[in-house]
Write a protein that binds this ligand. Structure first.
Ligand code: T6T
Length: 369
């Protein structure tokens, strides 16, 4: 198996500058210490509630100090916020939760997390409906489909719940108070540049995506396609869908190699697709030795695969920042303060060489807070 040690340094530096220029919020706090459990967050948060909401806002009776303590949050004026991730057990969303919990603790609000165990609108919709049976003040939600979640989220808005979209979005995001996401088109373009450099700007390349209809991964594919067309000696073989199943992504690699033994590169658009693509490369043995893989996200298993040389670059999002800003925007909306309708977060690109750098290491994803 080839252990490609790519000198992506120049590209990474250039892309980081570009991404910082594009990203709405590069001044991110590195991964902090995290908090555990909603109750702990609530209690600790009560101590800081005075500073954050109680002193700065006009409508302070809602988030102020008189309700400190707050196991009864929601009844005495404290805010109750529910985070509904795209799926549970995905380290991208775990990291988002960590950022949300940190912000919730600081702002003195209660946060709980309710998710489905598959990334699927038919699984996510009942979770949202169950949450709305006892509506929190706000929800942070990563809709698993741009269309299918439109009406269920509208129902939340109609019930008076403040909605903040985190990560993924809707066909009509205007129903939400705020939408916070990576600049996914840019991320796809960064992946195209990294992959082109890795393969010497020639040969057939494949995209392994999740499912059509997911805003984030659709945009990554779009950004990749836009970026890769600039390279006249690269042949784009098109996109296959993993259904968010690593095993399916591995099978796609296997089948593609059988049909296209000259395959030069793969872009896998999210954590599970990328994990599976790397497994496919490992399974292929010598036949996969010269294939370069650029993955999106940076879960622990992906970092291992990068270190092993199965993957050459990871486009790393900033989920902690998305979670943190989600809570901040929700609380601002609840306080009647100005909110930002759209916030775009940037990326870093991880390679074997820079994994331990202080510009990269804090952004690798967590499997627990
Ligand atoms: O890539 C992230 C997220 O941004 C995307 O919307 C869905 O997949 C992930 O959660 C990674 O599995």
């Amino acid at each position: 198996m080839r252990r490609t040690r790519l000198t992506l340094a120049a590209t990474v530096a250039a892309l980081s500058i570009l991404a910082a220029a594009c990203g709405g919020d590069a001044a991110e706090e590195p991964a902090g210490t995290g908090t555990t459990g909603g109750a702990a967050a609530t209690d600790a948060g009560a101590e800081t509630g005075t500073e954050t909401a109680g002193t700065e806002t006009a409508g302070t009776e809602t988030a102020g100090t008189e309700t400190a303590g707050t196991e009864t949050a929601g009844t005495g004026g404290d805010y109750r916020i529910t985070l509904i991730p795209g799926v549970t057990g995905d380290e991208f969303y775990v990291s988002m939760e960590c950022g949300a919990r940190e912000a919730a603790e600081e702002l003195g609000v209660e946060l709980d997390v309710q998710g489905a165990d598959t990334f699927d609108p038919t699984a996510q919709t009942p979770v949202l409906e169950a949450v709305l049976a006892d509506p929190p003040d706000a929800i942070l939600i990563a809709p698993t489909d741009t269309q299918a979640l439109q009406a269920p989220i509208q129902a939340a808005v109609d019930a008076g719940v403040v909605v903040v979209l985190v990560d993924t979005t809707l066909d009509d995001p205007s129903i939400a108070a705020s939408a916070i996401a990576s600049d996914n088109v840019e991320g796809g373009r960064m992946a195209a540049e990294a992959l082109a450099e890795l393969i010497g700007e020639e040969g057939p390349v494949l995209v392994i995506n999740v499912n059509p209809g997911i805003s984030t991964t659709d945009q990554r594919q779009q950004g990749f396609e836009g970026g890769i067309e600039a390279y006249e000696n690269i042949t784009y073989l098109g996109t296959e869908f993993s259904n968010n199943e690593p095993a399916q992504a591995a099978s796609i690699v296997d089948a593609t190699l059988a049909a296209e033994p000259e395959l030069a590169g793969i872009f896998a658009t999210n954590l599970f697709s990328a994990e599976g693509a790397a497994t496919g490369i490992r399974n292929a043995g010598e036949a996969g030795a010269d294939i370069s893989v650029v993955g999106f996200d940076a879960g622990p298993a992906q970092v291992d695969q990068l270190e092993e040389g199965l993957v050459q670059a990871l486009i790393v999002q900033k989920p902690l920042e998305i979670g943190r800003q989600g809570v901040e925007q929700a609380v601002a909306a609840l306080n009647g303060e100005p909110v930002e309708a759209e916030i775009s977060t940037d990326f870093v690109t991880a390679t074997q060489e820079n994994l331990d750098d202080e510009e990269i290491a804090p952004f690798l994803y967590r499997d627990a807070c």
